[in-house]
Design a protein around this ligand. Structure first.
Ligand code: NAD
Length: 253
């Protein structure tokens, strides 16, 4: 396993699902981890789990839709651990499951504020600090297969995840000579609270969702976490600007 000893990883939305699995995996690999979320109880539970296993973690609240919160998160991380090597912009919402004509302006604006604003403001704060470090840093943004393909009933979500890839590729090119690598991960359905919300929209939904994935199963948060660690590994120094599809073979066809 790649070691992240002496590195500091900040993970948003780490009070649940993919973010929690990623925080645990980084801590197991030796990183000092900042667990961030708006769900204080969930975030604290992630920290407790890491500490019980002998790892190091701190919870810092941040609403990723708020630019000042994102800067405060990085400032507080530096106050606690002295640096930021890794930023995982994972926090996101699934939005309303409806066709485009039935989506509301409020839902669209909230989607853009959290799923796009969260990644944009998160990266701004992380990059400003990483530029002061000769080692630079590594950023992974969480997009989705819905950021590669259309998602019927999820127009604003799909748009937000396409935007995440645009931000990722642009930041990767802008800071490529400053040692800052920026990549994205695009998961298909992965067991989490978010996907459970989708399963619960109709009877038989889970089977329908499973059937489109060639492997015949959903992803596990731990599997997505391992891809995020691999993207951040110093051994992987030539990889930037990529959107890695973690989809059980879906986009191979
Ligand atoms: N689960 C999937 O199938 C799947 C597939 C593709 C992409 N994703 C993406 O993965 C990421 C993580 O989702 P998950 O499946 O683990 O869902 P989840 O609901 O389990 O976790 C999302 C976390 O983000 C937090 N969050 C929500 N709004 C926030 C805000 N404004 N500020 C800070 N934190 C906030 C929530 O409190 C929660 O802890 C999301 O960006 C999601 O879009 C998930």
């Amino acid at each position: 396993m790649t070691s992240f000893q002496n590195q500091v990883a900040v993970i948003t939305g780490a009070g649940s699902g993919i973010g929690r699995a990623t925080a645990i995996a980084f801590a197991q690999a030796g990183a000092n981890v900042v667990v961030s979320d708006i769900n204080d109880a969930g975030g604290q539970a992630t920290v407790d789990q890491i500490k019980q296993a002998g790892g190091e973690a701190t919870y810092i609240r941040c609403d990723v839709g708020n630019p000042a919160d994102n800067q405060a998160l990085i400032n507080q991380t530096i106050a606690v651990y002295g640096r930021v090597d890794i930023g995982v912009n994972n926090a996101g919402i699934g939005g309303t499951f409806a066709r485009m004509a039935d989506q509301t302006e409020d839902d669209f604006n909230q989607m853009m504020a959290i799923n796009v604003g969260g990644v944009f403001y998160g990266m701004q704060a992380q990059i400003r600090h990483m530029l002061t470090q000769p080692e630079g840093g590594k950023i992974v943004n969480i997009s989705s297969i819905a950021g590669i393909r259309g998602m019927p009933m999820g127009g604003p979500y799909s748009a937000s995840k396409h935007a995440v890839i645009g931000l990722t590729k642009t930041a990767a090119l802008e800071y490529v000579r400053q040692n800052i690598r920026v990549n994205a991960v695009c998961p298909v359905y992965t067991h989490s609270a978010m996907v459970q919300g989708l399963i619960d929209t109709a009877p038989g939904m889970e089977e329908k969702m499973r059937r489109i994935i060639p492997m015949g199963r959903f992803g596990q948060p731990e599997e997505i976490a391992q891809t995020i660690l691999w993207l951040c590994a110093n051994e992987n120094a030539f990889c930037t600007g990529q959107a890695i599809q973690m989809d059980g073979g879906l986009t191979a066809g």
